[in-house]
Design a protein around this ligand. Structure first.
Ligand code: GAL
Length: 345
């Protein structure tokens, strides 16, 4: 597939790379291993020793606990949305399937449907956890192009399916949610056969999209991941090549509704032009470190989707601009180093 880029290519950053975290030894805990670092691209096991199965995911912080939601995959088939919890971001406890596919024939989320790229927000007004995901109906390929919504009383679920729709009539495939500081929430989604990236403000209960729904740009982008620092919004997206990796793009704006300015590819170093073999899914503010962010991506393995790997990498600020560089191994101490933090914070 063609990738439409506005041909903005940043000059290659040639400064001195920040040191990686020293290889921290893994400490055996019973039959399991306690992780003390991120190891992008390697198999990542939960606290029971099983492979973490949470693809196209996002992370929600509730107090001191992080919840990681993602697609549960068999070799190919999608089997609902899993949730894991963690206090340190390295060690994740399996909390189960937060949203189960339905066993009822003809149901929107009947087993065999696709529930991709789930993201969860907490709604302060209703006291509910609200999940949005990209829904494709069973046996219909990617033609339904709907946003699905589910709700729960606890972050671990169980989530109850609420509805699915095309926001304001627009196709809705890859997506993310963003909760702004003022409590307003937004759905950012690929529309019009992925040619358009749009944003819609959510209703106050977060259960549906309002009419405040705007085209961001028409560059044929997907896999949106948003973060905000120094009063500016940043948006990382991928091109549209299915499971195959492609070049990421960074956009910046002063307001979520734009205008969005393209800044080129934020990835740096070997295989950067293919996002290190991955595809963006989320950007997570680093715990207790304002202005520091972790970029989350999936390195898809279409032959065995459950063994698709996770790429978690620190966002580094070069001349005030977010960049992402490959590290084999790193830990959160990385953010104590100069350049690992936005000056805007
Ligand atoms: C990608 C998309 C993934 C998944 C995949 C299926 O473009 O980002 O979430 O839908 O296509 O081929």
């Amino acid at each position: 597939m063609r990738i439409h880029l506005a041909a903005v290519c940043l000059s290659f950053w040639s400064g001195v790379a920040l040191a990686q975290a020293p290889a921290a030894p893994a400490v055996a805990v019973g039959a399991n291993v306690k992780h003390t670092a991120f190891r992008p691209g390697e198999q990542w096991h939960d606290t029971e020793g099983n492979l973490i199965n949470a693809h196209g995911g996002g992370v929600l912080r509730v107090g001191k606990t992080y919840y990681w939601y993602g697609e549960k995959r068999a070799q190919q088939q999608e089997e609902g949305v899993t949730v894991y919890s963690s206090r340190d971001l390295y060690n994740w406890r399996y909390e189960g399937v937060a949203l189960q596919p339905s066993t009822q024939p003809g149901h929107d989320i009947e087993q065999g449907c696709l529930m991709e790229r789930p993201k969860v927000l907490f709604n302060k007004k209703t006291g509910k956890y609200v999940m949005w995901f990209h829904l494709e109906l069973k046996g219909k390929g990617y033609s339904a192009a709907r946003a699905g919504v589910a709700v729960a009383d606890k972050p671990t679920g169980p989530f109850r399916y609420v509805s699915s729709f095309r926001p304001n009539g627009h196709m809705s495939r890859d997506m993310t949610l963003y909760l702004d500081d003022d409590g307003r929430a937004y759905h950012i989604y690929s529309a019009r056969e992925n040619y358009d990236l749009r944003i819609a403000r959510l209703s106050d209960d977060f259960l549906t999209a309002t009419k405040q729904d705007t085209l961001l740009f028409s560059n044929h982008r997907e896999a949106p991941a948003v973060f905000k620092t120094g009063g500016r919004y940043y948006l990382i997206t991928s091109g549209c090549t299915g499971w195959d990796p492609n070049q990421a793009t960074l956009h910046v704006a002063d307001t979520l509704f734009g205008p969005w300015q393209e800044l080129g590819d934020p990835m740096r170093g070997p295989n950067a032009q293919k996002t290190f073999g991955g595809q963006s899914t989320y950007v997570l503010p680093a715990p207790g470190r304002p202005g520091s962010f972790i970029f989350l991506a999936d390195r898809w393995n279409p032959k065995d989707l459950k063994d698709s790997r996770y790429l978690w990498l620190p966002v580094q600020f070069r001349q005030g601009q977010p960049t992402i560089e490959w590290l084999d191994r790193w830990n959160l101490d990385f953010f104590a180093q100069p350049g690992a933090k936005s000056a805007g914070q």
